[in-house]
Design a protein around this ligand. Structure first.
Ligand code: F6P
Length: 324
């Protein structure tokens, strides 16, 4: 049966979103469906910012970061009035299904919309935070980790040459996935994550012990959401203990979100995009489309967001053991 589907990206952009858009558009059109793009996420849905997506309009985007559909965080969509306008727009345009690409906030928006709009809704997990259940990895996470890793490899050169400690703050909102994986891959001496907050005194002791063991430079990775102090607070605390010349801060920020997606992110996005279209054909709705142990799977949206997904905290011990 032919369908008219709509596609949007919402929240923070993530590398690989374009690959997902391309996969959805091409596989849906391949089935004879019509695909409408919605620009600027839920905001654009309220404002009726539709565009027709064709086979050619998604040419040359698989390697580009960001999202060609543009994205936003809409306050109005979170109000009953905004939600109702969005649902009415979908009704009036005769849309059968909506695929939203985004993270936690996008998932919650999709759940709310699903309560008042009877069409099919699926979520493709697109966020560098990796904080959604129902998928081992989110689209954009691998790129963000690799960008941060490359940055830290570069910082090491300076850290070693000047015998300094670099405090590197990475993104992830209130989640420690980015920080933990980057720290392990970079061989950092210490990592501070929201899931296992560490008092700054204890962090400083750990770095002092590393120096006593003969290390002349250290890398400390701090998740931006570390509740006992972000990167700046950690660097300032260390500097107060034994002099500002020994410590430098590098906040990676949005640099982590930009640039071409890795092969892994393009593959994940392409697989999930294609699978989402198949799932719509089979009538699925209210689901997150994820990949678990290498297989595409559907998970109810409320399960994807109701419990906070946490990284494996045991890996902190591995980091400490390998940073000796
Ligand atoms: O959710 C993705 C993310 O990059 C978080 O890691 C970060 O905390 C947040 O978005 C930053 O949001 P904004 O782009 O609105 O500054």
């Amino acid at each position: 049966m032919s369908k008219r589907i709509a596609l949007l990206c919402s929240g923070g952009d993530a590398p690989g979103m374009n690959a997902a858009v391309r996969a959805v558009v091409r596989t849906a059109i391949g089935r004879g469906w019509e695909v409408l793009g919605i620009e600027r996420g839920y905001k654009g849905l309220i404002e009726q910012a539709f565009c027709m997506l064709t086979l050619r309009s998604v040419s040359g985007i698989i390697h580009r970061g960001g999202t060609v559909l543009k994205t936003s965080r809409s306050r109005r969509f979170r109000t009953p009035e905004g939600l109702e306008v969005a649902a009415e727009t979908l009704r009036s345009r005769g849309i059968d299904a909506l695929i939203a690409i985004g993270g936690n906030g996008t998932a919650r928006g999709a759940i709310e919309l699903g309560r008042i709009w009877p069409g099919q809704i699926l979520l493709l997990p697109g966020t560098i935070d990796n904080d959604l259940n129902g998928t081992d990895y989110t689209i954009g996470y691998d790129t963000a980790v690799n960008v941060a890793l490359e940055a830290i490899d570069r910082l090491r050169d300076t850290a070693e040459s000047l015998e300094r400690t670099f405090v590197v703050e990475v993104m992830g909102r209130d989640s420690g996935f980015n920080a933990l994986d980057v720290a392990l891959a970079a061989g950092a001496e210490l990592v501070l994550v929201p899931e296992a907050p560490m008092p700054l005194q204890q962090a400083y002791e750990a770095i002092r012990t590393a120096h006593e063991r003969g290390k002349t430079s250290c890398i400390v990775v701090v998740a931006e959401g570390h509740p006992l102090g972000d990167g700046r607070a950690v660097a300032e605390y260390f500097a107060q203990q034994d002099g500002p010349e020994n410590y430098r801060l590098c906040v990676l920020g949005h640099i982590q979100r930009g640039g071409p997606p890795t092969a892994r992110d393009r593959l994940l996005a392409t697989r999930l995009g294609g699978y989402a279209v198949e799932a719509l054909a089979e009538g699925a709705t209210g689901m997150l489309v994820g990949e678990i142990h290498g297989r595409c799977q559907l998970t109810p949206l409320h399960e994807a967001v109701q419990v906070k997904k946490s990284p494996q905290i045991e890996l902190l011990q591995l980091l400490a053991a390998t940073a000796l």
